[in-house]
Design a protein around this ligand. Structure first.
Ligand SMILES: Cc1cc2nc3c(=O)[nH]c(=O)nc-3n(C[C@H](O)[C@H](O)[C@H](O)COP(=O)(O)OP(=O)(O)OC[C@H]3O[C@@H](n4cnc5c(N)ncnc54)[C@H](O)[C@@H]3O)c2cc1C
Length: 397
């Protein structure tokens, strides 16, 4: 169910209040302690933010494509870590919404919608990162159950999660067609939380190892049919890439805002440094690239709102590629514009620089985005269609 514009405005007002009053004052502390901010997560739950990914009959008010993206863009201007804490719910929950049995939906979605249950998405493994078909976690059918054994890595919110959406091979000889998806609650015998990684950024977002040793999962917790796991993972990816774009754009805007404010105040050689053309050009370029990335992000949303298509996937990949590269550039140049202060923990831009790097890596690295775009160009030609240019041209093109 798409959310109507008035309700969306109301939700975003609440998000702005949460971001300004609760998240912003905590952003540096979350980075310093590296602790998952459970109290803020609960407040996001009280605002109904997790229900945006969940249908009404299971306690949500969605699923809606646009609102969560705008929510995450706004939260990320204050804390990229907290924005990821929230947005990860979408990646982890959508496979349950799309492929879950009635029992799985009833058992997990209402709790996820309120924030009482935190979900995680467990696909990556030591041997299977970009190459998803190389995962080795096995799910073996045993009567009405499956026995799951394997090791997952890099799972966002993994160590604080109550439930995980897990991908495992039911047929190890069938490549990606042998992958199936499951929902596995914490506390199931044999399901252990491993190490949290020490990353340079996003430090309040646990990135965890999850270990499965003959974990018994009932068949009603399989998502979709056997062998449909890869398709399910891919069908969440367009949205996940827009989510990542939203986070990146929020981070880029925040970095530029700090740099511009600083450059208008800081004086060298008798005038504010922003009046030195060399620095003004730097900031002008970043501002222009953020505006371009945002326009592409909205063009991608527009396409995905019409339903899944090759063009929508191409645009989602292009948006992720451009937005995350712009975020990295904006953060690095913001540090440059602020001189030594840019490197100091007294200012937020060094944290933004450390945080945004991961966006070029997860939800498919930027090289993988180029592979997706290139493959779609090979199959379908240019993806530009007839949007905003007066309709199709006579005689085609
Ligand atoms: C902060 C963070 C959070 C994450 N959260 C999750 C999560 O919640 N759930 C989850 O399942 N995973 C998660 N991941 C894992 C993430 O999806 C993987 O890191 C990512 O898919 C890349 O895999 P890899 O790290 O194994 O790199 P590799 O696949 O080993 O790639 C290494 C390098 O080789 C390049 N490369 C690989 N193949 C090709 C190719 N064919 N052509 C050109 N270049 C190539 C890559 O682009 C990259 O530069 C997270 C990662 C991070 C950093």
């Amino acid at each position: 169910m798409a959310i109507d514009p008035e309700t969306r405005t109301e939700i975003l007002r609440g998000v702005d209040r949460l971001a300004r009053e609760k998240v912003a004052p905590r952003a540096a502390e979350i980075d310093r302690t590296g602790e998952f901010p459970r109290d803020l997560y609960d407040q996001a739950g009280q605002l109904g933010l997790f229900g945006l990914w969940i249908p009404e009959e299971y306690g949500g008010c969605g699923p809606d494509l646009v609102t969560p993206l705008l929510v995450c863009e706004r939260l990320s201007e204050e804390s990229l870590t907290f924005a990821l804490n929230v947005s990860n719910c979408g990646d982890a929950t959508t496979p349950i919404v799309l492929g879950g049995s009635e029992a799985a939906k009833r058992d997990f979605l209402p709790g996820i919608a309120t924030g009482a249950l935190i979900p995680a998405f467990a696909l990556s493994e030591p041997a299977g990162g970009s190459d998803v078909a190389a995962i080795t976690t096995r799910a073996v059918c045993d009567g009405d159950d499956y026995l799951i054994t394997g090791r997952k890595m890099w799972c966002t919110n993994g160590s604080v999660a109550d439930v995980c959406t897990l991908f495992a091979k039911t047929d190890p000889n069938a490549g990606h067609r042998g992958i199936s998806a499951f929902v596995v609650p914490k506390g199931t015998k044999g399901f252990e939380i491993g190490q949290d990684e020490e990353l340079i950024g996003l430090r309040g977002s646990p990135t965890s190892e999850l270990v499965f040793d003959e974990v018994r999962v009932p068949a009603r917790y399989r998502l979709g049919a056997e062998g449909e796991g890869f398709k399910l993972a891919m069908s969440t990816l367009d949205e996940a890439r827009l989510n990542c774009s939203a986070l990146a754009i929020g981070g880029a805007v925040a970095a530029l805002r700090h740099a511009v404010n600083y450059a208008r105040e800081r004086r060298q050689f008798g005038k504010p440094i922003i009046e030195h053309q060399g620095l003004a050009f730097l900031l002008a370029e970043v501002a222009s690239e953020i505006a371009a990335a945002r326009a592409l992000f909205h063009a991608a949303i527009e396409r995905l709102e019409r339903g899944p298509s090759r063009d929508a996937s191409t645009y989602a990949a292009m948006s992720k590629l451009i937005a995350t590269n712009v975020a990295m550039k904006a953060a690095t140049e913001a540090v440059q514009a602020m001189g030594a202060n840019g490197l100091s923990r007294r200012y937020p831009v060094e944290r933004i620089m450390r945080d945004v790097k991961a966006f070029q890596i997860f939800d498919g690295t930027n090289e993988i985005q180029k592979m997706v775009i290139g493959r779609n160009l090979a199959k379908g030609g240019l993806p530009f269609g007839d949007f905003h240019d007066g309709g199709p041209r006579e005689g085609g093109r």
